[in-house]
Design a protein around this ligand. Structure first.
Ligand code: SF4
Ligand code: SF4
Length: 381
């Protein structure tokens, strides 16, 4: 299992995380087996947004013995009312639901207290100017949460959060389809008409989000990596082709600042399928051939950072250089962090002598030599 550092915190999370949302209706024995399997395979990140008391208690019982092995993202603002999940900003309900989370998880603290499901700027602004954020700060001061995080489906909200030094971790939905859609509310992500109207190249706001996170050392953990399963079958996929789970995971983890993908699995068989990622060949993980030949919404001409153009005889890490170039061009001035990352590359655009080997290998028809020239102009080497 590969582990990634979360910003300036002391925590390193497994690149495959345990998104527990599908275990809601499972018996304890099944949950225990899943948790043990995760522990044995080195999975150490757990997301618990669910407010159902039964699932919280079952999870708490299952992780109790090995609590220290886990890094928990627990949500603030996810409540249980009249036997159902309700997102709320009503403080009495928020407070009792969070206390309930700690009690049922059998722990005094969680590593990341996630401000739950903030999909609108007005909701974000309200939270940041109300007793909600005061409560979150109090939790941090009392060490009931070690760090503050936020979950959202909206890149505009995520950018605001990434610029806020109090927020060190953002959980957001990432997959090739969502990356191509302008900011919309969650329901619209699953609306077929919206897909046909809106898909058209990676949205600049997504690039801006990745850049902002890189600049501020804000970590991203990923949910909905399979677009709720839609990308896994041809009929539902907006690309007109099915991707495999390994391809979706690889796409998600290739995004700048992405540290872990939280996969929602229902049983050990699904977990095993996901864990194949750790030993999969480059060919099995390769999403490029699918996206390149997609009958709809092709990524042709756009770098997806797949790495197929390697090796460069001059040792240029073309995928990384392209990523930094894309991130740098979002704003008028190059952010210092991006320049530093660029300077730290082993070889630079200036080293390119135009042999074209990379372009022959790029499945997306990216004009790499052109990018090298532009990167040289931009970065000066
Ligand atoms: S230039 Fe082409 S092959 Fe290289 S990383 Fe980008 S999309 Fe992949
Ligand atoms: S064209 Fe430039 S970047 Fe591409 S392989 Fe040749 S030297 Fe490397």
């Amino acid at each position: 299992m590969k582990y990634n550092q979360i910003g300036k915190t002391k925590y390193k999370v497994s690149e495959i995380g345990f998104g527990a949302e599908w275990i809601e209706n499972k018996e304890y024995s099944e949950i225990e087996k899943l948790v043990k399997y995760c522990e044995n395979e080195g999975i150490n990140l757990l997301d618990c947004w669910m407010s159902n008391p039964k699932v919280r208690s079952n999870l708490g019982k299952a992780i109790h013995k090995n609590r220290r092995k886990w890094i928990i993202q627990g949500h603030i603002g996810s409540t249980w009312q009249n036997e159902q999940y309700v997102k709320t900003r009503e403080m009495d309900k928020v407070v009792s639901a969070f206390e309930d989370l700690l009690t049922r998880l059998q722990t005094n603290y969680i590593e990341f207290g996630m401000i739950h499901y903030v999909d609108e700027i007005k909701d974000y602004d309200k939270i940041m100017n109300s007793e909600f954020i005061e409560y979150v700060r109090e939790l941090k001061k009392d060490e009931k949460i070690k760090h503050i995080g936020l979950s959202t489906h909206n890149p505009e909200v995520a950018i605001k959060a990434a610029k806020n030094p109090e927020i060190e971790l953002i959980m957001i939905s990432v997959n090739p389809a969502f990356d191509m859609m302008p900011p919309v509310l969650l329901d619209d992500y699953f609306d077929n008409d919206k897909y046909s109207q809106n898909l058209g190249g990676i949205q600049p706001i997504r690039t801006e989000l990745y850049q902002t996170c890189l600049e501020n050392d804000t970590a991203i953990t990923i949910m909905k990596g399979f677009a709720g399963g839609r990308l896994l079958n041809k009929e539902d996929s907006p690309f007109g082709v099915a991707l495999t789970p390994l391809q979706c995971i690889h796409y998600a983890l290739n995004r700048p600042s992405a540290k872990s993908i939280l996969v929602g699995v229902k049983n050990i068989e699904e977990l095993k399928e996901t864990l194949k990622y750790e030993t999969a060949t480059e060919e099995e993980k390769d999403y490029s051939k699918i996206l390149r030949t997609a009958p709809k919404h092709s990524y042709l001409g756009k770098c997806t950072y797949c790495g197929h153009c390697a090796p460069c005889p001059k040792g240029i890490n073309i995928a990384m250089l392209n990523k930094l170039y894309d991130l740098a061009t979002v704003h008028e001035d190059i952010p210092l962090s991006i320049r530093e990352h660029y300077n730290n590359l082993e070889a630079h655009a200036i080293d390119c002598f135009g042999c074209k080997h990379c372009e022959e290998r790029c499945p997306f028809g990216v004009e790499i030599i052109e990018i090298m020239k532009k990167a040289y102009d931009l970065f000066g080497k």
